[in-house]
Design a protein around this ligand. Sequence first.
Ligand code: GDP
Ligand code: MN
Length: 387
Amino acid sequence: MNLHEYQSKQLFQKYDIAIPAGLTVATPDAAAAACRTLGGGRWVVKAQIHAGGRGKAGGVVLVDDPEQAATAARRLLGGRLISHQSGPAGLPVESLLIEQPTAIARELYLSTLVDRESRQVIFMASHAGGMDIEAVAAAAPEQILMIRVHPAVGLQPFQVRRLGFGLGLDAGQRKALGRLMGGLYRLFMECDASLVEINPLVVTTTGDLVALDAKINLDDNALLRHPELAALRDPGQEDPREAAARAHELSYISLDGNIGCMVNGAGLAMATMDLVKLHGGAPANFLDVGGGATAARVAAAFTLILSDPKVRAVLVNIFGGIVRCDLIAQGIVAAVQEVGVAVPVVVRLEGTNAPQGLKLLADSGLRVQTARTLDEAADLAVAAATN
Ligand code: GDP
Ligand code: MN
């Protein structure tokens, strides 16, 4: 689950990571009022969406009059902001962060994440702040500094010094970096984050370190331990299909292809996607209906897949172990009758009550192709999607 910049910065404050003074608003009048409350003569108006690249997309505006802040707010609020990270449809702007401006001397990059390879928490830093770290990694990987934190000993002062020297910080700034990284590490561990990114981490003209931007990604599987963090979820920023899937307790992830996949079991879903790829197709989604799938759940899953306009064919691959294939077939028939289906459906049912399930599908009069093997099913689905 992603947090908004303003939510991330509130957490930063709790962990003593310096941020600019700011207020979050949702109307143009409140934007102007926030400028007056913050004081000074210049402000930064920042659109709050779950994506970076806002600066280049016109979502970060410097103003020198509260009325200009209101004008920027009128332009941004209620619209969608399209950045290179937001996807082509953009994301809705429902709130703005109004901040006092920071006098920037240097823009650095600092993040904390889980490195799956070493199975440790790592810090990544670069003096090329403000840029996408992916671009830095591609063009100049030697400019990315990395340290791994051993879980038993935690972050060590020598590691902080190594990053501090690497970033060209002076003695006072290295000390500040130590405090900041300590806070970042505690935040990361205590909140069960999977990514905390500060881009840019700014060295101000007075030599202080300030987090100008903030991005936090929390581990969904740990949210049950953090009801106060779970409450920060903003469904408006999330893929509506993924949100609907969560409501039905389905594991669903949107992908770019055109073959909708409905599978029971995460491993089988991965194998199904592999076979679709092998046959030259591309899955539109990952969907695990779970081991104990009911007819109602299958119907919900089917509706979800068909609500995706990219889908040109549906591939159902069910192995009846715990679940009975005839129940799955009932779910498919119910869903297809309910939502109507304009695309070909290929079904492979195997396991408990598979013959009964296949008979139910055959008797339903629906345009459903059945396959004996997964290989054959993937082949049929790819052919159906390309025709
Ligand atoms: P992002 O584009 O979504 O990553 O949004 P950021 O919060 O990183 O802002 C983008 C860029 O706007 C930063 O890299 C800065 O160059 C600039 N910016 C943001 N806040 C300030 C500020 O207070 N003062 C100045 N001078 N520039 C700012
Ligand atoms: Mn940024």
